[in-house]
Design a protein. Structure first.
Length: 517
């Protein structure tokens, strides 16, 4: 009889059948009843490439094994089963006898000691090739691979784990050399915003204080005309609200005019030079400006009073960046410069509040530079040409003379933003080195006490009170490389109190509560 790969077969060889029949006849003559035996569970262990022999009390009629890839069962006689280990693992063996009884075996196939030694030797050989000069030990116990030693960094630890995993499940007990300090990146940024505008105004207002026995005036309305006051028995008065107007009056003709002929040129230059230092791969930001409040009306309707909440929005010169030092030694830079100003010309009225608009110019880009190289963000141009023209109907269409009944206003603006960015890898000033002193134009008040602000004795060169150990467990080093919790500053760009009002169109009243969100 032979059972293999989970498929049982009943042998029909003449010799085995004759032996089985003879055993049944002897059992019948001895008076032993042929009742089935109870099921039983037994443990059977065998190594890969080895065999174990199982004896049965009664002749075997059928044999079945669960996983033929793990073990193989062969019936070499009516009462003997030979089990061969093929691969590490576990399976089940069931044997049926001729009396109807059956037996159960939990078969465990363990790895061969020779095969394990060969696998470990292959792992050790690869580790010596990949990590010359680094001491690593590999051992096996209970089917587990234990990796010990010291490596220089986390990348070497991961690579050693992959090599050792080829021999089985690995337990990482490596130590990692304490890594050097992360490089610091200094970002030098130069903001230059040049705003140029030119405005040209041309118009005329004609008025009469009695020319042709008529008191009156002619105006296009674009520029404020003079105000004529004529009361019976009193002299006529003329007043104007624009001091820049050209005023002309001819008493003999009782005729005058105000002329608006003005050209304006404005140049505004905004320059900011922030220098920010950040750790490798960490985000940093800079803002030179401020925050302005604006109301937000919430709720209201159906008899419910509205609530006016004050929020704050930032404006000014802003810079956000993340600088990462690559393995090639270059600096990969994500930078987002922004320049914004309050624009009251486009303001809106909201619940009785004047809310200004924001004029913004911003860029978001990612570049890669060598240490000390620079790049320029330019071409952020904003050119606008606005022209207003007004005239008096019919009179403004008369050739030549119609110019006296027309008014024009031409406004041109030209704005350009330039950003110069230079990243550099820097190191902090040593503890024993002289610190740079800031030059103030005026001296501050003398200190309240003459005691120097030194809490400890000066350090000697090379002294460090917080010296790190030469190596740490790999879990500790991995934990130290995780990012820190983000820095949360209360009161930045959030809600700063609220005020309730019964009329959404009225000003807010009440007491603000400082509850940032």
């Amino acid at each position: 009889m032979r059972a293999k790969a989970g498929i049982s077969r009943v042998g029909n060889l003449t010799a085995l059948s004759f032996i089985a029949c003879a055993a049944l006849c002897l059992q019948a003559q001895s008076g032993v009843p042929a009742t089935p035996s109870q099921d039983s569970a037994n443990e059977l262990s065998v190594a890969v490439g080895k065999s174990v022999l199982v004896d049965t009390a009664r002749p075997v009629s059928r044999v079945a094994i669960g996983l033929g890839d793990v073990a193989e069962a062969d019936a070499i006689s009516p009462t003997e089963i030979m089990v061969d280990g093929k691969a590490p693992g576990e399976t089940s063996l069931i044997i049926w006898d001729t009396a109807g009884g059956r037996q159960f075996f939990n078969v465990s196939v363990r790895a061969s000691a020779t095969a394990t030694s060969e696998s470990l030797e292959a792992v050790r050989r690869e580790l010596r090739v990949e990590f010359p000069g680094q001491t690593m030990k590999v051992s096996a116990e209970n089917g587990m691979i234990f990796l010990r030693g010291t490596v220089k960094d986390l990348a070497a630890s991961d690579r050693a784990m992959k090599i050792a995993s080829s021999a089985g499940k690995v337990v990482n007990l490596l130590y990692v050399d304490v890594p050097a300090d992360d490089p610091q990146v200094l970002l030098k940024v130069r903001f230059c915003s040049l705003d140029r505008s030119r405005e040209k105004q041309l118009g005329i207002n004609i008025f009469s204080t009695g020319f042709g026995n008529t008191v009156g005036q002619v105006s296009t309305g674009q520029f404020s005309p003079p105000v004529i006051t004529a009361n019976p028995g009193q002299p006529i008065t003329i007043s104007t609200n624009n001091e820049l107007n050209l005023f002309a009056f001819y008493p003999g003709l009782n005729l005058g005019a105000t002329i608006e002929a003005l050209i304006q040129k404005n140049v505004v230059q905004i320059l900011s030079e922030p220098n920010i230092v950040a750790q490798n791969g960490k985000e940093a930001s800079f803002l030179a400006g401020g925050e302005y409040p604006y109301p937000v009306v919430q709720g209201g309707g159906a008899g419910t009073p509205a609530t006016v909440t004050i929020q704050f929005k930032e404006y000014g010169v802003r810079l956000n960046f993340i600088a990462t030092v690559t393995p090639r030694g270059t600096i990969r830079l994500q930078v987002a410069p922004e320049v914004s100003t309050l624009d009251f010309s486009n303001a809106i009225e909201l619940s009785g509040f004047e809310v200004p608009a924001i004029s913004t110019r911003k860029v978001n880009t990612e570049v890669e530079l060598a240490d000390g190289q620079s790049f320029v963000i330019g071409g952020l141009l904003d050119k606008r040409d606005t022209e207003s023209f007004e005239k008096i109907p019919f009179l403004g269409d008369i050739p030549i003379l119609g110019k006296f009944f027309q008014s024009t206003q031409v406004t041109k603006t030209d704005t350009e933003l330039l950003v110069l960015v230079t990243p550099e890898v820097v190191k902090p000033i040593e503890a024993t080195a002289a610190r740079p002193e800031i030059k103030y134009p005026n001296k501050f008040l003398p200190p309240n006490s003459g005691i120097p602000m030194n809490t400890t004795e000066p350090k000697t060169p090379g002294e460090n009170s917080a010296a790190a150990p030469p190596s740490l467990p790999v879990e500790t080093v991995q934990q130290s490389t995780k990012p820190e919790q983000p820095l949360v500053i209360e009161g930045t760009s959030g809600y700063f109190g609220s005020a309730s009002t019964t009329n959404p169109g009225a000003s807010s009243t009440g007491t603000s509560s400082n509850t940032p969100q």
